[in-house]
Design a protein around this ligand. Structure first.
Ligand code: AMP
Length: 301
């Protein structure tokens, strides 16, 4: 059992109303890999520059994360800078330096090709398909995307979505992709494009899942201290897919538990900058918070 992730490994500079973190470890594949590694071995495919050193690599050490697919090349690592509004619900991208990520061509090592689950992080949909061409029959193919690709590479994205089982996007992206304002209509339209399961992330308002079995909603865990939402979506995806990869099958009950596991991991992510909190949690803490979700949503008829 293993999971393959392709995505960004980055330096992030993040400003929230509670502080600022400079050049800390970020990137979609980093958050995803650490979250998923609590459940199954993770095969990471990405690229970093020569400025990515031992200190950053240490975050992945001692975990179930294989780095054979993390290419190191001449140049600088992808750098992203963002600033959050006071309520943390919106953020402004101050800077995106693609650097070595601009010429990224995912190469999947032979030992990764039989991964059971594949997560195509938010990269060019053409590259996402190239990844799928290099793997043999994964049990689940999941994908993330963003407004940039929805508006600039609509046709290519459609071709990729035809090969995807699970799409994870936020509500604005679901609306833009479908051309439907209503999220239920948007889900129907997107599921007709290929993915049988659609997960719509709504930040502090939780998650909605649409599948063959109907719909399922989960709140975000109510926290007293939210410090930095960066990476929450990718961490959610790591918890969700990591759990599914280790589960017997993607039936309705497994999908529902996976949504709660994703929400659990994401709730830890936002408690500190970068991956700081994710790197200190234990499986025991994860399971305890997972159980708290039962209490949070329990009611009687
Ligand atoms: P999230 O908060 O889940 O949207 O993820 C934020 C992470 O995505 C940050 O760690 C960034 O380094 C990374 N990121 C931001 N913009 C991009 C982009 N255009 N392509 C790939 N990764 C990005």
């Amino acid at each position: 059992m293993s999971i393959l992730v392709v995505g960004s490994v980055a330096f992030d500079t993040v400003e929230t109303p509670f502080g600022r973190a400079e050049r800390v470890l970020g990137g979609s594949a980093s958050f995803f890999a650490v979250a998923a590694s609590f459940f199954v071995p993770v095969n990471l495919v990405g690229v970093v520059g020569r400025d990515f050193g031992e200190k950053q690599l240490a975050a992945f050490a001692g975990r179930n994360i294989d780095l054979e697919g993390l290419e190191r090349t001449e140049g600088l690592t992808f750098l992203w800078e963002g600033k959050y509004s006071y309520d943390l619900n919106s953020r402004e991208t101050i800077r995106t330096d693609l650097n070595v990520f601009e010429f990224f061509k995912p190469r999947i090592p032979a030992s990764y090709r039989s991964s059971d689950v594949v997560f195509l992080g938010n990269i060019d949909p053409v590259l996402q398909r190239e990844v799928l061409e290099q793997v043999s029959k994964p049990r689940i193919v999941a994908c993330d995307t963003m407004n940039f690709w929805i508006s600039r590479k609509a046709e290519e994205l459609r071709k990729t979505l035809a090969k995807v089982d699970v799409l994870l996007v936020n509500d604005a992206e679901a609306r833009e992709l479908s051309g439907e304002w209503n999220i239920v209509k948007a889900a129907r339209a997107i599921r007709a494009m290929g993915p049988h399961t659609l997960v719509v992330k709504k930040g502090e308002h939780g998650v909605l899942m649409f599948s063959d079995e109907g719909s399922f909603a989960a709140p975000a865990f109510p926290l007293e201290n939210v410090f930095d939402p960066t990476g929450a979506g990718d961490t959610f995806a790591g918890g969700f897919l990591g759990y599914l990869a280790g589960a017997a099958g993607p039936g309705d009950q497994e999908l529902r538990r996976a949504i709660i596991m994703g929400s659990t991991l994401a709730s830890f992510c936002v408690e500190a900058f970068s991956l700081d909190r994710l790197l200190t949690i234990t499986r025991k803490e994860i399971d305890a918070r997972f159980r708290q979700f039962l209490e949070l949503t329990r009611f009687s008829e």
